[in-house]
Write a protein that binds this ligand. Sequence first.
Ligand code: HEM
Length: 413
Amino acid sequence: MSTAEVRLDFGSDEFLADPWPIYKELRRSDPVHWSEAFRAFLVTRFEDVVELLTDRQVVSGFPMRSSRRLFGPTLLDADGPRHRELRKLFTPLFVGGSVKRLRSEILVPAVDQVLDSIEAEMGSAPDVDIEFMERVAVGVPYAMVTRLFGVPPEDAAWLRPRVLPLAGAIEFPATALDPALAAKAELIAYLKEKLARRREGDRMPFLDLAFPPGEPLDESLLGTATLFLLAGTETSVATIGKIMYAVLAHNVELSALADPAYRDQVVRETLRWEPPSHTILRYASRDLTLHGVDVPRRSTLLLSLGSASRDERTFEDPDVWRPGRPDQRLLAFSSGPHTCLGIQLALAEFDTLFERLSQRFGGVRLSGSLDGVRPGFWRLRERGHIFRRPDHLHVRLLRRPADAVASGSRADA
Ligand code: HEM
């Protein structure tokens, strides 16, 4: 593929099915690629992406960006002191000690809620067939986020159809803004109602932090709360689906994931191999020159976490999924001041899920072929690549052999 042949259309079948050769050619021949369609520069090499993410002259705030129009001002599009102030407000919930507590308080119950229902369906049968995406990849993050917010877990079914339009509106290409604004208004009304009914002793980790009990409601943070509903769910849906896809595609036995070190390597390598968010937005607040390309002040930059994570200058055999590779530099959660706030919680979520899956089931087998997954592999609902994930994954979960159960209960004791 030559430069002339690189047609960057994030919505095309070709790109959705297999963006990797396109990225590769761009990294080689046109690392700062002007996209007429997006009127933006796409940056594809690892070192360039990292440098721009940490360059204070490259900013996140821009009034016309779709996340700003959708959520209003949030930490996602703030810079400098205002951004630091917002990060400071939310950080206490997302660091070491808190995440440790959240693991036992919300992650384990969320995972068990989903796995209990699967085990109940299996009954005394030797195995059970499930559609993994809907049942587990969607089920766990929504069971987690409802507990993080302190709302009833059964509300997940109502929440998701309202979170998905938010995801669509910040996709490339984006879906319509109006349905997303309507969904956000419904979510805000829902949150206000839950806050109005809050009673002393209710456990609402996120809402209590953003809207401390007994203080007047800070309406300016309601948009941010809806951003957290999206940030805490659809990226994890995508990641859980991709971890299972990688495990199946590489014939990894579920029992191997009982080893914490290997499990961690599998999670991190999948996040490198297939980061859920391929592209993030920045703006040049001064004139830049990158690889001889003039990037004028106020230009839009599309920083490709997807391409950077497969840069052959940084990773050996970047297209190969290789847990435990020596060159582990994780960019899936971005870098610099806007590095994902939920990293530790997200990693704890994947760890808890795959640990408990490996403890509670004897194995996982694909029902059918992964090739069947390919054609619609990376679509959210329509077209887009920000929340890339398998459309569906039909799998069979096997009952644990009795002897393994016995040794598992000894280990637990
Ligand atoms: C696999 C799971 C996740 C991935 C891959 C992911 C990815 C990202 C990325 C790439 C950004 C940076 C956006 C930018 O630089 O413009 C980000 C920011 C953010 N993430 Fe995550 N995220 C995940 C899970 C979570 C979770 C579980 C939460 C919270 C419950 C969360 C909350 C946030 C917030 C609040 C920001 C904005 C931070 C800021 O702008 O300062 N994320 N995430």
